[in-house]
Structures are given as C-alpha cells and as structure tokens.
Design a binder for this molecule. Structure first.
Ligand code: SF4
Length: 141
C-alpha cells in the first residue's frame, strides 16, 4: 500500500458510519432525480425547497438526510433545519466517514500493522489498539 500524502495523522474514529449511496427510490422517483446535492449553493435553497414541496418521496428523502446527509437541501430541509429536527448537529462529517470506512476496509483486508502505522505516522501499538476497536465494533454489529 503506497503512503498517501495529506492524510491526517490522527487515526479516524471507527464509529463514523459508512458513506451511504442515495437510495434508489429517490433516484427513481425524486423530483430532483436524487440529485439533491446539486442544491449545495445557498442561493438555490428556495428553488430547491419548492421542488421538494411537490416531491412524491419527500418523507423518505428526509429520513435518509437526517441520518446521512451533511450538506444541501434534502426532503425540503436545509442542513441547519435538519440539525434542529435531530436535536443536535450532524455528528459525522463526510471526511470522517470516508476515513473511517477506508480504515475499516484496510483492517478487513488484513493489511500489515506496520504498513498502516507508517501511513498514519503512528506506532504499531496505536494500530493494534485501533484494530481492537474495529474487532469490537464488528462483533457488536
Ligand atoms: S424531496 Fe427534494 S431532495 Fe429529496 S428527492 Fe425529492 S426533490 Fe430531491
């Protein structure tokens, strides 16, 4: 495994959930074609909300967004409105989820601890501790 430049030195929190693809139902039936992420620009908030207002899968879209979407208008809501609905800010950033997903994959493939340690610039002991976390999370799932 090649050392990747620019990787944060801290190892990711493995509790961060995977990146979730947009559900097929939203792609098939959503008024935006499941492309809500095109509404990231704040100037598009009102047009996006208008589109969502007549969308047949709005409720399903909102369920998905409350759990998985950090940016953009989804299910007729802005990120700030979803924070209020959840009662807390979105817990995991896109980057945290990508990094956690990647490290889980690395562990699941049995990549040598020394290689992982070199990539993150941490000790093999740190990798071993993280691997114990990974195994505990996997067993609990
Ligand atoms: S509710 Fe809005 S964001 Fe969700 S699928 Fe429909 S149009 Fe797209």
């Amino acid at each position: 495994m090649a050392v990747r430049r620019g990787r944060p030195l801290a190892m990711p929190d493995l509790r961060a959930p995977d990146i979730m693809p947009v559900p097929m139902e939203l792609l098939d039936r959503g008024a935006c074609g499941g492309r809500a992420s095109v509404f990231d620009d704040e100037s598009e908030t009102m047009p996006a909300k208008l589109l969502c207002a007549s969308c047949p899968v709005r409720a399903r879209c909102l369920d998905h967004a409350l759990e998985f979407e950090e940016f953009g208008v989804w299910g007729g809501t802005t990120p700030e409105e979803r924070d209020v609905m959840r009662g807390h800010p979105f817990r995991w950033t896109w980057e945290q989820r990508v990094e956690a997903q990647r490290l889980r994959t690395v562990f699941s493939r049995g990549v040598a601890e020394e290689i992982i340690a070199a990539e993150y610039a941490v000790s093999t002991r740190s990798v071993q501790r993280k691997k114990i976390e990974y195994l505990a999370l996997t067993a609990a799932a």
